[in-house]
Design a binder for this molecule. Structure first.
Ligand code: XMP
Length: 521
């Protein structure tokens, strides 16, 4: 079970008891956003553990089970015995209702999505908020009869008992999810619980998290060496900086230069980590191996597989040269955990930077160190800032594991890679200069192996095409092509054609996702 670690300092702690919801980490995240320390523990944790953290309040998360079945998770008695504020959310509400004498039924149809909440009774959780809120629901069961000594606070069209509170004790329950951003004023509802009900202090900061994580890493790895695959992306960079603070040169980073990185990227990674931060980084110059394995391959999925497999081979052979390594660190962040939990095994561990291609060979038998496993991307960025990483590195657009390999359509060669690197560099530099880089979510150039005719000076040029792609998106699941100014595109196009002999034409991609994907392959 992931949790935020144990704090030595006596700071106010909110305990989140996890009943298995996909949103449990979001609850913890919202509490962190309000500068309060929180800890997630499984619902069946030992009583002593709950006592030992001395929580100011307990939140019962949602969960996938139905309380109408027997043998589904229940709230341990200790939660009631402590006589501290309780907030049940979704499944947390249902089991609370059931255990306190109310009745829960399986509704005729599942409710998923927006719903209008009508607040009919004063309740401290909604202090300062309107009487109607647009909330996010995701449930099959619902409370049919209030438990003894509870009163109704709010309803929706399909859930007559959508919020309830105890008449005298600080016990509240919500059928909707205040932790998701789709719920209007959700953070305010949680803040009212934290500050008005639990009277928690805002005494927790990102730096405390760094201190805790450093302590946890030290405890986990002791005097052993830790291996990390450093890609230069945000997650592996922050993991490296954090581990370096924790264990210094016992962290050994392997940076594989596969030749498919952006122009200057390999040098930047080495400069930042080896020269400036004095990390122990081994660079593996493997461009030739990758190109050899990719020779003649044109199918995109095949290319991904080969790049992934070659990465593992190279990483593995570097790793076996280092003696006595017992731990493998990975920059896994929470969205990766959610993504991979749908696969055949929840414990399927994969190499993060190439998560589409597989893992390390079993015989390496290393324990995993994943200090960012419960954090969200923006939290990782904030941690990176505190750890002294540069804003450019932390705010970089995402870059796919297979790199330029999926941005050169068809067969990959060194010549094409060089052309693409130059074109991409011009595009990105101009975006930065025009203050547009941070206004788009991802931008890059694509190499299109189509010959087209151009005229440069008095000469006819029969050469290839560069596509430019820039998108705006929040989650990368859907995306809109970025409406970059014509003058800007004209300038970039002129520079590319004038400065790169091998290119005769530049086109701008005006396809949104769906139906097009962001990458071209
Ligand atoms: P698509 O092209 O699927 O891309 O719309 C969505 C996001 O995922 C990135 N992407 C990848 N990342 N390995 C990765 O690590 C891959 O094989 C891969 N393919 C796409 C893409 O850059 C975009 O941010």
């Amino acid at each position: 079970m992931t949790h935020l670690g144990t704090s030595k300092k006596e700071i106010d702690t909110i305990l989140v008891l996890d009943f298995g919801s996909q949103y449990t980490q979001l609850i913890a995240r919202r509490i962190r956003e309000s500068n309060v320390y929180s800890e997630i523990l499984p619902w069946d944790i030992k009583e002593e553990k709950i006592r030992s953290i001395n929580p100011k309040g307990i939140i019962l998360s949602g969960g996938p089970d139905s309380v109408t079945n027997s043998y589904t998770p229940r709230i341990p008695q200790i939660v009631f015995d402590l006589e501290i504020p309780i907030l049940g959310i979704c499944y947390g509400m249902q089991t609370l209702a059931e255990q306190m004498g109310g009745q829960v039924i399986s509704a005729d149809h599942k409710e998923f999505g927006h719903s209008e909440l009508q607040i009919t009774k004063d309740c401290v959780l909604f202090d300062g908020l309107q009487k109607n809120l647009n909330v996010w629901m995701s449930h099959g069961d619902q409370v049919q009869d209030l438990p003894d000594d509870f009163e109704l606070v709010a309803s929706t069209a399909t859930a007559p008992i959508a919020v309830m509170q105890h008449e005298t004790k600080p016990i509240f329950a919500l059928q909707f999810h205040p932790e998701v951003t789709h719920t209007e004023d959700g953070q305010n509802v949680l803040d009212n619980y934290l500050f008005k009900v639990c009277k928690a202090q805002k005494d927790w900061k990102m730096n405390d998290l760094i201190t805790q994580r450093i302590e946890e890493i030290k405890n986990q790895v002791q005097d052993n060496k830790v291996l990390l695959g450093l890609s230069g992306g945000v997650d592996s960079s922050v993991t490296a900086a954090l581990l370096h603070q924790a264990i210094g040169n016992k962290l050994v980073c392997v940076f594989v230069d596969n030749g498919l990185l952006r122009k200057g990227e390999a040098e930047e990674v080495m400069n930042t980590f080896k020269e400036n931060m004095s990390l122990n980084v081994i660079k593996s110059d493997s461009e030739e191996v990758f190109l050899r394995h990719l020779k003649g391959v044109t199918d995109p999925e095949q290319k991904r597989k080969i790049i992934g497999r070659t990465f593992i081979d190279v990483f593995d052979s570097e790793a076996t040269k280092i003696k006595n390594i017992h731990f493998l660190a990975q920059g896994t962040i929470y969205p990766d955990v959610i993504e991979s939990s749908g696969s055949e095994s929840k414990e399927a561990r994969v190499i993060k930077s190439h998560h589409n291609v597989g893992g390390l060979p079993d015989e390496m038998e290393m324990d995993l160190v994943e200090p960012l496993r419960d954090l969200f991307k923006d939290e990782v960025r904030r941690m990176g800032v505190e750890l002294g990483l540069s804003a450019e590195m932390l705010n970089r657009h995402p870059f796919p594991g297979p790199g330029l390999g999926v941005r050169i359509l068809g067969e990959i060669t060194k010549e094409k890679t060089n052309v693409l690197k130059e074109a991409d560099y011009i595009f990105i530099q101009e975006l930065i200069k025009a203050d547009l880089y941070n206004k788009v979510s991802q931008a890059f150039a694509v190499y299109l192996p189509i010959k087209s005719v151009g005229v440069v000076g008095d000469e006819r040029r029969y050469a290839e095409v560069i596509g430019l792609r820039a998108v705006e998106t929040v989650d990368f699941m859907t995306a809109r092509w970025a409406h970059l100014p014509y003058e800007f595109l004209e300038h970039v196009s002129n520079r590319i054609v004038n400065e790169i002999e091998e290119v005769s034409r530049v086109v701008y991609d005006i396809s949104s996702k769906p139906p097009a994907t962001i990458e071209w392959e």
